[in-house]
Design a binder for this molecule. Structure first.
Ligand SMILES: Cc1ncc(COP(=O)(O)O)c(C=O)c1O
Length: 301
């Protein structure tokens, strides 16, 4: 529906005898990138088949998912509605300003109404006309798109890696990858939120997709930096160095934490020598502009 080519896999040459590779899925499309495209793909097909007037989804004011949904809607000529958590702040931040430029209509929901609408309560009037994507875009069709990402990597490498590492917010991307990986490949999910709910979330998505018996995964909870959107100087330095040395741009919310975590585990000898570790770059780079607006010029673009 949107022409997307397979994205490259590049070497990430850290010292040591582990082969570190990066799936540059941030390069799928300038505005529908990374896991967003993988999650949207089969949902867009379902929306088209059922003939909905447009897409409706949910997210915070800096949401990569809102931004990507708005861009996909514009590319396909569909209406899009964003249910935004919290109050309207003007001028719009770069994420919402971009989504608006793609034609997305916003409805702001206060912090108690928002979770209810996400659960479908009070959504009857919208459900007739709009294909409703959950917050973060994670559902069973999204998992199917993420499983395809795993297969694409195998085809490109000609073999399965020993480890696949991915950042986790809702856990949908990690779950989708797990369903696409063979048992000998271990999926490591790096939550960017504080708390110990990620195992349960991933298990829930796996069960929904009929893969509740998969055991080839674990959650690595040590790299959330204090929680969603929290960061410190070490993380920012790491992001700037990775861009400077390896030409890999990272965002401070998701991929920065993931790559930091993988590099740290590697340094501590977590990965057996001779193993191949594939790190999935899930995009999210649109968030850098809004981050730099709040914290001027911390991240080099
Ligand atoms: C750039 C990026 N990477 C990773 C994630 C995590 O994906 P998931 O919510 O499927 O765990 C998200 C969104 O949540 C994201 O925007």
């Amino acid at each position: 529906m949107i022409p997307i080519q397979p994205t490259p896999i590049v070497e990430w040459q850290l010292p040591g005898d582990v082969r570190l590779l990066v799936k540059r899925d941030d390069l799928t499309h300038p505005h529908v990138s990374g896991n967003k495209w993988r999650k949207l793909k089969y949902n867009l097909e379902a929306a088209r088949q059922t003939g909905f007037a447009g897409l409706l989804t949910f997210g915070g004011a800096f949401s990569n998912h809102l931004s990507a949904t708005a861009a996909a809607g514009q590319l396909l000529g569909w209406r899009t509605i964003g249910m935004v958590r919290g109050e309207e702040h003007l001028p719009l931040n770069p994420t919402l300003s971009f989504a608006r430029s793609c034609g997305m209509e916003f409805h702001y929901l206060d912090r108690s109404t928002y979770p209810q609408r996400c659960k479908g309560i009070g959504m009857d009037a919208w459900e007739k006309d709009y294909y409703i994507l959950p917050e973060g875009g994670s559902n069973t069709l999204a998992l199917k798109g993420c499983a395809e990402l795993a297969e694409e990597c195998q085809e490109q490498l000609g073999a399965w890696p020993d480890y696949v590492c991915v950042a986790a917010g809702t856990g949908g991307t990690a779950a989708g990858l797990i369903t696409g990986l063979p048992d000998q490949t271990q999926l490591l999910a790096f939550p960017v939120l504080k708390g110990n709910f990620m195992r349960g979330e991933i298990q829930y998505f796996l069960a929904q997709a009929g893969h509740e018996n998969k055991k080839n995964w674990q959650v690595i909870s040590d790299y959330h930096f204090g929680g969603y959107a929290h960061f410190d100087e070490q993380l920012i330095d790491f992001i700037n160095q990775t861009k400077g040395r390896y030409d890999i741009p990272l965002d401070p919310i998701y991929t920065g934490k993931l790559f930091f975590g993988v590099a740290d585990l590697h340094e501590k000898g977590f990965f057996p020598s001779g193993s191949t570790v594939l790190v999935i770059h899930t995009g999210g780079l649109q968030g850098i502009a809004g981050f730099n607006q709040r914290f001027p010029n911390l991240i080099r673009e």
